[in-house]
Write a protein that binds this ligand. Structure first.
Ligand code: PLP
Length: 399
């Protein structure tokens, strides 16, 4: 590594708060599904900036839409209407069959809003109780105090308890456990449809169906966090479509902006009146630049049939990862749907991820022993082959 890149990394450690142990590379630009560092080295990207850059780095339609919007206006605030927000919301409503959208700047904020909807819905029926949520073990919903309150992982919560929302935790995919945690204070159940950070665990159909039944029975809200698994990643536009189970509130982000920071919570008919003027707000959320990105992304998804592409290339990736699992005894499990796949190893994967980086392949982990594959949704079978080739070399060196 040259001096200049080293200097940037050293300076970063001086001026940027150290909340991450970063990998030793400074990226300068992107091309197709590759990132290129400041020394010109090219890396095949199977992390997509943590499941964000769904369209890769060279979609000219997307870039032009952003450039056009920059020339028109970037920000106006939510005191006024703006065209891109209306168009983007229409596309989300039409594609989800849900009722209304609130745009945020991140996934965490989408979760915060979703939690507020559920609390307010319960409060409107009975204002005398302190409400609580049922959330899942090994879940991840974000780092703010509210989102952290429903994140079932001590790794993220330690040092910050007590948190300010009441939550009890049940085992994911264990309906009986969820039932045992119900009380007259429960105002909502929140879960990811496919757990991401927790290690790529897809929900079982009976589990989501059971949650739906419980929420209907108790008249409480079912919140699906589709921040990572939504927006085509699992081979349907929304992951819950695969299961045929509808939430009352859905949180989106990551792929929703393909790199422009934007999220949304989407509310179904049942709870669309829970929040009223004054209950919630944001200065930036849904600004014309962010929503111009969202609106264009929906068009591109449709034009390019991205969801069907994910379905077919996802099957290919799935098969290739199965083959890999059969070749290495260190791989103990393989899970996932579409382009959200995970390989679980019998050891920490940090060294594998670091060696892959040296070989020009970007991989990310999900928990200590799991490599997660969340590439741009536009990858081809050739890219999968290239990834498998590099990973094979790395794993051969391991054993
Ligand atoms: C990334 C993620 C979040 C948090 O989103 P941010 O944009 O980082 O705030 C919430 N839920 C899930 C499932 C995520 O993967």
């Amino acid at each position: 590594m040259g001096e200049e890149m080293k200097n940037y990394m050293n300076t970063a450690e001086q001026v940027i708060l150290k909340t991450y142990n970063r990998f030793p590379v400074v990226f300068e630009r992107g091309e197709d599904v590759y990132l290129i560092d400041m020394e010109g080295k090219k890396y095949l990207d199977f992390g997509a900036g943590i499941a964000v850059s769904a369209l890769g780095y060279s979609n000219q339609d997307y870039k032009n839409a952003l450039k056009d919007q920059i020339d028109k206006v970037i920000h106006t605030s939510n005191l006024y209407y703006n065209k891109p927000a209306v168009e983007a919301a229409q596309k989300i409503v039409a594609s989800s069959g849900m009722d209304k959208v609130f745009f945020t700047n991140s996934g965490t904020e989408a979760i915060e809003g979703a939690l507020k909807v559920a609390r307010k819905y319960a409060y409107q029926k009975d204002s005398s109780k302190e409400y609580e949520f049922i959330a899942m073990n090994h879940s991840f919903h974000g780092r703010s105090q509210g989102a952290l309150s429903v994140t079932g992982n001590s790794h993220y919560q330690d040092g910050f308890v007590p948190l300010n929302l009441r939550a009890v935790f049940a085992d994911f995919n264990d309906l009986e456990d969820v039932r045992s945690k119900l009380s007259d204070r429960t105002c909502g159940i929140i879960c990811e449809v496919v757990q991401g950070e927790g290690g790529i665990y897809p929900a079982k159909k009976e589990f989501l169906e059971g949650l739906r039944e419980i929420c209907d029975e108790k008249d409480i809200l079912l919140i699906f966090d589709e921040v990572q698994c939504g927006m085509g990643r699992c081979g349907s536009l929304y992951a819950h479509d695969i299961y045929g189970v509808k939430p009352d509130v859905m949180a989106l982000a990551k792929g929703l902006g393909c790199g422009i920071p934007v999220g949304a919570f989407v509310v179904g008919k049942k709870a669309s009146q829970a929040l009223v003027p004054g209950d919630h707000g944001t200065t930036y959320g849904g600004n014309p630049l962010a929503t111009a990105a969202v609106s264009k992304i929906f068009d591109i998804f449709e034009d390019k049939n991205i969801v069907n592409h994910v379905k077919s290339v996802g099957i290919y990736l799935n098969n290739k990862l199965n083959e890999l699992k059969n070749r290495y005894t260190s791989i103990v499990d393989h899970r996932g749907i579409g382009l959200m796949q995970g390989l679980e190893f019998d050891r920490p994967v940090g060294p594998i991820v670091s060696k892959a980086l040296e070989q020009g392949l970007l991989l990310i982990s999900a928990g200590p022993n799991i490599i997660r594959f969340v590439p741009p949704l536009i990858i081809t079978e050739e890219h999968v082959n290239e990834m498998i080739g590099i990973l094979d070399t790395v794993l051969d060196g391991e054993s």
